[in-house]
Design a protein around this ligand. Sequence first.
Ligand SMILES: [Zn+2]
Length: 521
Amino acid sequence: MYQALYRKWRPKTFDEVVGQEHITRTLKKQVETGRLSHAYLFVGTRGTGKTTCARILAKAVNCENPQNGNPCGKCASCRAIDEGTALDIVEMDAASNSKVEDVRSLREEVIYSPASLRKRVYIIDEVHMLSNSAFNALLKIMEEPPEHLMFILATTELNKVPATILSRCQKHSFKRIETSLISDQLMKIASAEGFMLQSDAATLLGRLSEGGMRDAISLLDQCSSAGTITTDTVYDVLGLAGNREIVSALKCIKEGKTQKAIEDFNRLWSNGKDPAAFLTDLTALIRDVLLLKIAPGVSESILSSSCNVSELREFADSMEKAELIKDAGLLEKSLGIMKTDKNPKTEAELCLISLCEDVGTVKKTESVPLSCDVKHEIKQEKRLTVTDAPENSEVLSNGKADIVFTDETRKEVKEEEQRDLEDPWEQIKAIFMPGLKQSARSIFDNSRFVPEIKGNSLVLNVTDDFLYGQLNRTEITDAISSAASRVLGREISASVTKDGASNSSVHNIKELSRFPEVKFI
Ligand SMILES: [Zn+2]
């Protein structure tokens, strides 16, 4: 008969338990020194080793020849417990035995000495499911426990266990097992079982199991019929093939391939994929990429999408933080609209178009200096038409030909620059804004500034103190200067003014005139 992998690989000693050393160390010590408690409470999410440790503890306290606190696994007691024939080890699942009668009968039973073992151990799984009266009956036993009795309670929901029970138990908290520990264990099992398991696939299985070893081993079991277990095998076997589609959608967004994104989405939709679920999966993927971008050393266990980590890292390396944040915002907005929208498919398509086209505009801005150079040259050609150099003019060299500026042409050029500025300003913004902090970005998003060009300087005039304080910062003016220099094709120095005052000290001196004792001469 086929034995499920997770049963076959269930730890038989404390030393074999993975990722809960803080608990197994203490329990081993207690077995060694004989300083045992009458009642233990094991708390933790599913599959983290609570029941396994309860069984090992039950064996260890009854073992005839314990090894450093571990059960020997060979003596008659150990064998009887392993085979499930030991009458003194009673496992109850409170989820199915929550009736008070069961605990009452337990009360009658507990007074008798163990039949064959040293200690009678009651393991009550999902103890929070007991009814109040069952809890009260249990409490009565725990108040005056006979020497031969031990309770090991396990729960996934600590807050549902009455304080009166809690106070009588020694509590141990089981952690979610780290992804790397789970994948190492899966590699070990695979090699012992003769499976070809790729390490990427082991990591993916580890992440999918969310810190539970039992689930991870069960997932490996499901994939084990494949010749070589790759991440694709995992996606296929576990019905997660859609993840590849999500990864492909993000590739389209990154590369601005709108048509492919829409076609792919329509194919998924025809196969029954819910548009909101599609966008939610995409959001989870972008969140993960963003996390890896912001904190490259982040633990893989906090990643939420079920995508391959190396693919996530590739995205993180090739995508801009600002772009990812913007994409996440667009997705969130569309998901909000979908809640009330009668045509979620259209909304998903519109969202995909904005996501893909968005990249297009970022790419366009990268070529902005080139198009501006062209504009600039057109202007220069115009200037070159002034061939005579009248009085009150200056002659500049652009390296190709002498350009003659007259007052008239200067004025003309200035007006022309002013007219063009509204458009270049959008281009300048597109370059410097992604590098700004969110708070500064939102000022530019929400306020309409029309900067003024004075010679080689670009001046942003604001009307209130708050905006002035927010924008008159070196990191912002430097970013604007460098973006404007790129867009306008010459060295530009940006500054911020408030109500026409060029700097804050001038403003402060002006304010002094409000006091009668201050007189400006
Ligand atoms: Zn033993």
